[in-house]
Design a binder for this molecule. Structure first.
Ligand code: 6GU
Length: 227
């Protein structure tokens, strides 16, 4: 059972390359996820291919119009059922691993990328089931945020990761940061790998990693431990 993600954007070019390399590319090739890009301009109004307009009440910045978005979403919804319409916006809830986990369980989702001053409020009222931000800073559009959301979700789909890339030992799994890791050589310019990691004593190694993960989290992200 594969997931389907439909992304609505005024800048589809910006969203091509993230899905053309490495893990996301392989997930698509394996048929574990389908990602479809929709150019909002294909649903625009009139000869000028208009998708945005001045805001009522005045003020700087354009607003994405309701009609092109309605046309695009309604066409998609006529073709299949969607579990979510996610609007990428800096005033949404900040993305975290729990949300990525939740969204990775869905079958079909629409991701709408905001631009300019955002979308007409009626789009949010009519269609949007969830509003997501990727952090407290402003991007020029929701595209890069959508790419980040998709990456965080797709890598969790069954069959996408193998042992080498396993999600089970990721930072944020269990609300802990990941412990330090080392690879060859065992000594570099006088800096040695912690002896325990070379001991072959796997129960002790596991204990050490848990301890390190906890210390790191206490030092860097005590907020994670309070949740
Ligand atoms: Cl989802 N969109 C934009 N434009 N800026 C952002 C964001 C989204 N998340 C953080 N900053």
């Amino acid at each position: 059972m594969s997931m389907r993600i439909d992304i609505i954007t005024v800048l589809p070019e910006l969203l091509k390359s993230p899905f053309e390399a490495s893990i996301l590319k392989r997930a698509i090739e394996k048929g574990l996820v389908e990602v479809h890009l929709h150019n909002l301009r294909d649903y625009s109004i009139g000869n000028y291919k208009q998708v945005d307009d001045y805001q009522f009440g005045g003020g700087a910045g354009m607003v994405m119009m309701v009609e092109p978005i309605d046309k695009c979403i309604s066409k998609l919804k006529a073709e299949r059922e969607y579990d979510e319409v996610i609007y990428m916006t800096p005033d949404g809830r900040t993305l975290n691993q729990g949300m990525a986990n939740e969204i990775s369980m869905k079958k079909n989702i629409i991701v709408l990328c905001g631009h300019y001053k955002g979308v007409d409020q009626r789009v949010r009222d009519m269609f949007v089931t969830r509003e997501i931000s990727i952090g407290d800073y402003v991007l020029s559009g929701g595209e890069l945020a959508a790419a980040i959301l998709c990456d965080s979700v797709i890598r969790l789909l069954p069959g996408v990761l193998n042992d080498e890339t396993s999600a089970l030992t990721d930072t944020f799994q269990d609300n802990l940061l990941a412990p330090p890791v080392y690879t060859r050589p065992s000594e570099y310019k006088g800096m040695e790998v912690p002896k325990i990691l070379l001991s072959g004593n796997f129960p002790e190694i596991e204990k050490w990693r848990e301890q390190q993960a906890l210390e790191r989290t206490q030092q860097r992200r005590p907020d994670l431990l309070e949740e």
